[in-house]
Design a protein around this ligand. Structure first.
Ligand SMILES: C[S@@+](CC[C@H](N)C(=O)[O-])C[C@H]1O[C@@H](n2cnc3c(N)ncnc32)[C@H](O)[C@@H]1O
Ligand code: SF4
Length: 369
């Protein structure tokens, strides 16, 4: 009986994409409403991460405050307020970051900001909260200070994050704290400790496997980027054990929402990290780079640039339509996950928990990179 229901759900899931493609062909405007918007507000950084070259940029284009306000206003007016994720580079290096957050909040949006935590002093946190930040998302690569600091290249970064988290919990209990952790060679066996830490501060955590470093960087040769990536990859046996460990956390149901399909996807990624599956898009997420380039996700070619055209024109433009129609050819689906029966049960529990405002400890990983 349960299997039958499950098979039907899976069939429906497959059908959804066909229906979406058909709708898109007939009524293009119906299916292009982004629910999540990520804006890279700059492309410079004060960290020295081993996993990312952005800090090597000496100067880089920065999307203007007016452009951000314009696109937020346009989008919210057309389709209602949305969640906006501000990332970078390091967003806190922008002096007007508070103005940006206040503007989005004033228009009814909810802002999440991703940060390396280096500038998270009490006065900064107070200003972020006063201006309407809802989610503080901190990159944390380890519960062990040495491991975190060496991966970020800045001694004392871990201690600063710990202090910042304590300060938030004491002074701004309503501010949601999320951690994002890249899984790589030095932290792959630390998943339980990371989950425990996140839970201990009423935060949530998501995991993202290390991805190839952006080789397009002008200061870095492709072969050096590849060599660095290879040196950061976890040992394959350890990766296998770590994925089993994640699975146990999942099946113990520690208030966690970590779909089994994600774990399986990570497992196969670690077996063959040079094979990046082509992601499927449905237009529900868009990402805007610091020079204004708009993409459905960072793997895909641009669909336009907000410094040259209104966002709604870009979303209904020819390139956007072409990419959306191609989505059925992709190998994996980004828009949602291929659910197992346990995922469906867990999703139900998670929804109920959210309704009753319970704390979750693990969120599905979202690619921020
Ligand atoms: C590019 S950073 C920008 C925001 C901010 N500077 C920070 O580090 O949180 C966005 C996220 O990408 C992650 N990241 C960096 N290098 C990565 C890699 N090679 N693979 C996967 N994620 C990576 C970072 O840890 C961070 O969580
Ligand atoms: S991951 Fe974030 S903190 Fe690290 S160099 Fe890249 S932008 Fe900077």
């Amino acid at each position: 009986m349960f299997r039958k229901i499950f098979t039907s759900v899976k069939k429906l899931h497959g059908l959804r994409h066909d229906v979406r493609t058909m709708l898109l062909r007939t009524f293009p405007s119906l299916t292009q409403k982004p629910v999540s918007i990520t804006i890279s507000v700059n492309d410079i950084c004060n960290s020295r991460c081993t996993t990312c070259y952005i800090w090597k940029n000496k100067d880089a284009p920065q999307i203007a405050y007016e452009t951000i306000c314009g696109l937020v206003k346009e989008l919210f007016t057309q389709i209602g307020p949305r969640n906006v994720t501000l990332t970078g580079g390091e967003p806190l290096l922008r002096r007007d970051i508070y103005d940006i957050i206040r503007f989005i909040d004033g228009k009814g949006g909810r802002t999440r900001m991703l940060t390396n935590g280096l500038l998270l002093m009490p006065s900064t946190i107070d200003k972020l909260v006063e201006n309407g930040l809802r989610y503080l998302t901190i990159s944390l690569n380890s519960a062990n200070p040495q491991v975190h600091d060496s991966s970020r290249g800045i001694p004392g970064n871990h201690a600063r994050i710990m202090e910042a988290v304590k300060y938030v919990r004491k002074n701004h209990p309503q501010l949601k704290i999320e951690f994002v952790c890249i899984l790589f060679r030095d932290n792959i066996m630390e998943i339980p400790q990371m989950i425990e830490y996140a839970k201990s501060v009423s935060g949530t955590i998501s995991f993202q496997p290390i991805r190839p470093l952006l080789s397009a960087h002008k200061h870095v040769e492709q072969k050096d980027a590849t060599a660095t990536f290879v040196s950061l990859l976890p040992d394959s046996k350890e990766a296998e054990k770590a994925m089993d460990m994640m699975g146990k956390y999942y099946s113990r149901g520690e208030g966690a929402f970590l779909p089994r399909s994600y774990i399986e996807r990570y497992r196969s990624y670690f077996k063959d990290p040079f094979h990046l599956p082509k992601k499927r898009v449905d237009g529900s997420a868009i990402s805007i780079s610091s020079d204004g380039t708009v993409r459905f996700n960072r793997q895909l070619p641009p669909i336009g640039n907000v410094t040259r055209s209104p966002l709604m024109d870009i979303l209904s433009g020819d390139e956007a339509k072409r990419q959306l129609l191609e989505c059925s050819k992709a190998e994996i689906c980004l828009c949602d996950f291929d659910p197992t029966p346990q995922d469906i049960v867990q999703l139900g529990k998670d929804t109920l928990a959210q309704l009753f405002d319970e704390k979750k400890s693990v969120l599905p990983s979202q690619s921020n990179h």
